[in-house]
Design a protein around this ligand. Structure first.
Ligand code: 4UV
Length: 521
């Protein structure tokens, strides 16, 4: 049974992302596009479009063009948008890297993506420089300047021609964010211009309250698909103002909402915990905040109600996945009748099915099934990995999300479980396979498996089951410290249990469901 959006299909223009966002900015050239929430510095749409042109010209002069990949390792600032859209304007592909990555993690993504160049900022240089060196990337730009590196200002001060590239929106890869999908290690997710353009346009009927008057608080990172598309690109598409913050710190977050009067604030669920509970929230005038929108992990309904009462704003929830560019479901603006514990309705131009993982049969209204989606926002595939692509998108074009959902008679969807390996820590991806590989490099660890468990606050955290070598007296703290030294902070193992043997199938696959059952017992 195929489920569809309550909204009619929308027309998806056959244009590049640059054409969609900046093709005609005559009406908004003098209006502010981006504000740096830390310094207050701003860029108008005209300045932004001009800087993007200069960036594209500089990249073309360095030999970057169609088929090339350029890395971005930077916290959110207005210049992120200049670099990101400059790369796309030059016809190249941007691979966006988690700003907290270790040098090895940076190197791995740059190498896997085949990146030729890297943009970063001075505070991240201690990880960026060795990462780039290990990946053999020698062309590194430090946006705010650092000795021995070209800066953004130097790059933009050029009079090269803007390259004339012809983009094929359905084929050309605009971005290459990394996601582990349903299994194994992170893979490059090939999202075409059409994928990104489609998802912005598909969200139009859902985001019916937004427009040039909208002021978005952008603290969720632009390197992750949610920040990239729903905050940065959608904010620019609607002609709004995007106020950037480089990281989440509650006082700064509250100050910026109050000072910059951001009316639309996008968060992941842990921020809602702070908004519901922290005493300092009462010290700020948050009356400008009309809508708080949560996604990337399940939002607890009681928690959302508590925030709503305390702040007096509307709350909505969306659901998506890197591989879907990313939005597939959301609670539409103005639909306060829909429960905040759900992810709302299907977006236009998208078809969905719910399939029982055990039988492979479609299920109907009110029954649990794995969510499958098909539409113009579904990725082209994983980079250099036809096998993983085929395991995720079937022959008929259905993307298997690995999430279990229920749809009610009104077409409202709830995400109720996950059948894939992925762990979400504060909305960030933690692929268990990556942590297992790190654990197995420890001389005193004979075997290991990682699953997601709930901590005392109900947050999902990575837990390692570890089999020690025969004469080892390794303790939990040592295991956690070992992993922490090798991975970005969000991937840390936070609970350890020593066991006799990891349950495995005859084929040697970790039986995670047995570990989950053991955990529940
Ligand atoms: O690939 P990814 O890291 O992607 C995301 C995307 C989050 C979005 C996208 C559009 C929105 O409008 C929005 O609000 C949030 O996180 O991880 C994808 C997986 O994250 C889980 C689910 O397991 C996905 O397969 N996930 C994302 N959103 C939700 C969620 C949610 N609202 N409830 C439960 N799980």
């Amino acid at each position: 049974m195929v489920f569809r959006s309550p909204f009619p299909d929308v027309e998806i223009p056959d244009v590049s992302l640059h054409q969609l966002l900046f093709g005609d900015i005559a009406d908004r050239a003098d209006r502010v596009a981006l504000i740096d929430g830390m310094s207050g510095a701003s860029l108008t749409y005209g300045q932004l479009a001009g800087a993007i042109d200069r960036m594209a010209a500089a990249l073309a002069a360095r030999g970057i063009g169609k088929g090339d990949v350029v890395g971005i390792l930077s916290p959110n600032t207005p210049y992120y948008a200049v670099v990101f859209h400059g790369i796309l304007r030059a016809g190249a592909t941007a691979t966006t890297i988690n700003a907290l990555y270790t040098p090895d993690e940076v190197a791995h993504q740059l190498h896997d993506a085949g990146a030729k160049m890297l943009f970063t900022v001075s505070v991240l240089l201690p990880n960026a420089a060795p990462g780039a060196a290990k990946a053999g990337v020698t062309d590194v730009v430090v946006l705010d300047g650092a000795e021995g590196y070209p800066s953004l200002g130097e790059l933009l001060a050029n009079d090269h021609p803007v390259p004339e590239v012809s983009i094929n929106p359905a084929e050309d890869i605009a971005v290459l964010p990394y996601s582990s999908g349903t299994t194994a290690l992170p893979k490059g997710v090939m999202l075409t211009h059409r994928n990104l353009v489609a998802n912005l346009v598909q969200c139009g009927p859902i985001l019916s309250d937004v427009g040039p008057h909208t002021r978005i608080l952008a603290v969720l990172p632009f390197f992750h698909i949610y920040g990239m598309q729903v905050l940065m690109n959608n904010g620019l598409y609607i002609g709004g103002v995007v106020v950037t913050l480089p990281k989440f710190e509650l006082p700064e977050f509250l100050r910026v909402i109050a000072e910059h009067k951001t009316d639309r604030v996008y968060i992941a669920p842990p921020v809602a915990v702070a908004l519901a509970k922290h005493p300092i929230v009462d010290k700020y005038d948050l009356s400008a905040m009309k809508m708080l929108f949560s996604g990337a992990a399940p939002l607890d309904e009681d928690l959302a109600d508590a925030v709503k009462k305390r702040i007096g704003c509307k709350i909505a929830q969306g659901y998506g996945m890197t591989e879907m560019s990313p939005v597939s479901h959301a609670i539409p603006d103005g639909r306060e009748d829909i429960s905040i514990g759900t992810v709302g309705v299907i977006i236009p131009n998208l078809e969905c099915r719910l399939v029982d993982p055990a039988t492979g049969e479609d299920v109907g209204v009110g029954e649990r099934g794995e969510l499958w989606c098909k539409g113009p926002n579904i990725m082209k595939g994983y980079l250099n990995n036809a096998e993983a692509t085929a395991a995720t998108i079937d022959d008929d074009g259905w993307l298997h999300t690995g999430d279990v959902a229920v749809i009610d008679a009104d077409g409202v969807v709830s995400i109720v479980d996950r059948v894939k390996e992925l762990i979400k820590y504060k909305g960030y991806q933690v692929p268990p396979a990556e942590l297992e590989a790190v654990l197995l490099t420890h001389a005193e660890i004979a075997d290991a498996a990682v699953i997601g468990v709930r901590d005392a606050d109900g947050e999902e955290v990575p837990k390692a089951f570890v089999v020690r070598q025969a004469d080892s007296s390794l303790d939990a703290d040592a295991v956690m410290a070992f992993v922490a030294a090798h991975v970005a902070p969000h991937k840390k193992v936070r609970v350890v249990e020593f066991i006799e043997a990891i349950p495995k199938s005859a084929a040697g696959k970790i039986l995670r469901k047995d570990l989950r059952a053991r955990e529940q017992a």
